[in-house]
Ligand binder design. Structure first.
Ligand code: C2O
Length: 571
């Protein structure tokens, strides 16, 4: 059930003044009821219960304008604790609405509810929302589309049609049970059974072709696809047979347009592409498959498809069977060169905005790891009697259980977290070379790094060869950042900064650390609160590939965290 009561009230009065003064649009308040509830759905020749919002899979699409306020009342009618995250929304001074469980809030218990209230401030484009509790986001997710303010337009020709296109990952089991099993055994969790486009696996899987997602187009028109990677654990290559794509926006930040045959998109990322229907009328496959950068690690090697269907095309052959669409060429699963070449084309429209003087120069390793067990046991079924783990700067992040970090901060409760996350790794080593086995086991802790309000921050995220190299899509809550550089091997602080793009770097909220390489990001710490930074492969979050920033309040109320909203769940 979705309520779209657009309440103007006080806003109307205020906005009218602006309307006359500056041609500003009227900000709206969107009220939604989100009921978390189980629902039986059929995929891949079987029926199973999944967790949904309002019985929908994918969940409801939220459509708002820049400047609007959302009020989302979440009722948990499911059997698991849950919280929701509005991925990429900056939540200025409002970490209470951010959502990661045990970080900014205690989860909503079965039978409980919580109202998320937040305003979109100076953001436009495609974002999304998802559960931020264990593996519930495998099925609990949806698109969040932010249009320009009324009266404003895109910085590119207006498409005649727009579609959200959400890539997902499907298990023939309750994903929470897949996670649970891996937490017991210490081994890697089972890989998924399918990828999906808008919840459907498509023609290349059993019992799926009657439900394949169709994107209808008129010959000659230009459409906008808002691609979202909501897959739990897999970066994906994406292509459309015989059609080029023009990238115009990513992670709710416009880019200088560029044309490509293939998109690589990591979990957490969004990419908006324009597609012109300039081919002979027909049916063309839209397809996505794994970009699996870790050598020798098992992954789901299947391909999901949808159909770009020209309305004027004959859909059936003379004898009545549907016309088989053409498949696009997708790169091989380990084609890091193609992935890097795609990513290297991004340029932001960020001229004059990049912080040049840096106050906090941070260097974080991003690593997998293994915990040795003294003897074989059912709890140590990782490689050679080990358990998988992961870390940043050798700290494997542990979520608190008795309180959330933000609530503990606000209530001054000691013992929930510490602020001694190291700015550099405790030992320097050849990160991408052969790493001694003694270095593979991190320490554990709920460690935050403190940032002064307004400080200019640079973080170099260094991939390591501990256990295995792999591209980690790293996501920062509460911020968008400039991606100023990246490279292969170990970051060289003398040589590499000379090649940074400080003119028009792309702006993102999730960035890949290329396998066996590094990426450098910059931002201004202008949003006080507790903000998680983590790998958006959920398998790695569970192992501890995360840390959090504590951004201190600035001067005065307008630069400080707001008071908590009523009804914040308690642990
Ligand atoms: Cu999209 Cu911490 O999440």
């Amino acid at each position: 059930m979705e309520i779209h009561s657009k309440k103007y009230g006080l806003f109307l009065g205020l906005s009218l003044i602006f309307t006359f003064a500056a041609g500003f649009a009227i900000a709206e308040i969107h009220h939604h009821e989100f009921v978390i509830e189980p629902k039986a759905v059929s995929r891949l020749c079987r029926t199973q219960q999944i967790m949904t919002v309002n019985g929908q899979f994918p969940g409801p699409t939220l459509e708002v304008h820049n400047g609007d306020t959302l009020v989302i009342n979440v009722k948990n009618a499911g059997k698991y604790d849950i919280s929701l995250h509005w991925h990429g929304v900056r939540q200025l001074r409002n970490p209470w609405a951010d959502g990661p469980e045990y970080v900014t809030q205690c989860p909503i218990k079965p039978g409980g509810s919580y109202t998320y209230r937040f305003t979109i401030e100076n953001q436009e484009g495609t974002l999304w929302w998802h559960a931020h509790s264990k593996w519930l986001r495998a099925t609990v997710y949806g698109a969040l589309i932010i249009y320009p303010k009324l009266g404003y337009s895109y910085p590119f020709p207006k498409p005649t049609r727009e579609f959200p296109l959400i890539l997902g990952e499907w298990w023939n089991r309750d994903p929470m049970q897949v996670l649970r099993q891996s937490m017991i055994t210490g081994a890697a969790p089972n890989v998924s059974d399918a990828y999906t486009i808008n919840g459907q696996p498509g023609d290349l899987y059993g019992c799926s072709n009657k439900d394949t997602t169709i994107f209808p187009v008129e010959a000659g028109e230009t459409i906008l696809l808002r691609i979202i990677n909501a897959a739990l654990n897999q970066e994906l290559f994406f292509a459309i047979a015989n059609h080029q794509m023009t990238v115009v926006e990513a992670d709710a930040a416009y880019t200088k347009p560029f044309t490509t045959n293939v998109v690589m998109i990591g979990p957490g990322q969004t990419t908006n592409v324009l597609v012109t229907a300039n081919q002979p009328p027909g049916r063309y496959y839209i397809a996505a498959t794994a970009y699996a950068s870790a050598p020798g690690v098992a992954f789901d090697n299947t391909t999901t498809t949808a159909v770009l269907e020209y309305k004027s095309a004959a859909c059936k052959t003379k004898n009545g069977s549907p016309i088989k669409p053409i498949l696009p060429q997708l790169p091989f699963w380990n084609d890091t060169n193609t992935a890097n070449a795609f990513t290297a084309q991004f340029r932001g429209i960020s001229e004059g905005k990049v912080p040049l003087e840096i106050h906090e120069n941070l260097f974080f390793t991003v690593s997998l790891g293994l915990i040795n067990c003294s003897r074989p046991s059912f709890r140590c079924q990782g490689p050679n009697n080990t358990r998988f783990t992961a870390s940043m700067n050798n700290v494997s992040f542990v979520l608190p259980r008795r309180n959330s970090i933000l609530q503990a901060l606000y209530q001054n409760t000691p013992g929930v977290f510490t602020t001694d996350f190291p700015p550099v790794p405790p030992v320097q080593f050849d990160y991408t070379g052969q790493v001694s086995r003694a270095m593979w086991t991190p320490s554990r802790g709920t460690k935050l790094y403190k940032l002064k309000f307004g400080s200019h921050v640079q973080i170099v995220l260094q991939n390591t060869n501990i256990s295995s190299i792999e591209d980690h899509p790293m996501h920062l809550h509460g911020y968008q950042f400039f991606v100023v550089g990246s490279g292969k091997g170990n970051f060289n602080p003398q040589r590499d900064p000379a090649n940074f793009n400080l003119v028009d770097p792309p702006v993102r909220n999730t960035v890949g650390t290329t396998p066996g390489g590094w990426v450098a990001i910059r931002f201004v710490a202008d949003n006080p609160g507790v903000w998680l930074m983590h790998c958006h492969l959920d398998v790695h979050i569970g192992w501890g590939l995360a840390m959090a920033f504590l951004v201190e309040n600035g001067f005065g109320e307008l630069n400080s965290i707001q008071v908590p909203p009523p009804g914040l769940p308690q642990c």
